[in-house]
Design a protein around this ligand. Structure first.
Ligand SMILES: [Zn+2]
Length: 83
């Protein structure tokens, strides 16, 4: 039986089937580079720091795309390298 969970995007209450993180609407807002990061990190386990960081970064980029954040002068893929 498929386990269901809420979409990880802020304020979204759509149900998705695990291990899907986001509903289709929000997944479309995640840039390809970050989708790849999530896929790559999922190999190491969905509780791994890499996976959780990739997921958190995607949540942020979606929040920004939806205007839930102040505009970030630096695109995520540049600022992430620093951390
Ligand atoms: Zn959603």
């Amino acid at each position: 039986m498929m386990q269901k969970s809420f979409c990880c995007a802020e304020g979204c209450e759509r149900l998705v089937e695990l291990p899907t993180l986001f509903c289709s609407k929000h997944w479309r807002l995640v840039p390809t580079i970050q989708r790849r990061r999530i896929w790559a990190a999922s190999v190491g386990g969905r509780d791994s720091p890499e996976y959780l960081a990739a997921k958190a970064a995607a949540v942020e980029v979606i929040a920004q795309a939806e205007g839930r954040r102040q505009p970030n002068p630096f695109p995520d893929f540049q600022t992430e390298v620093v951390g």
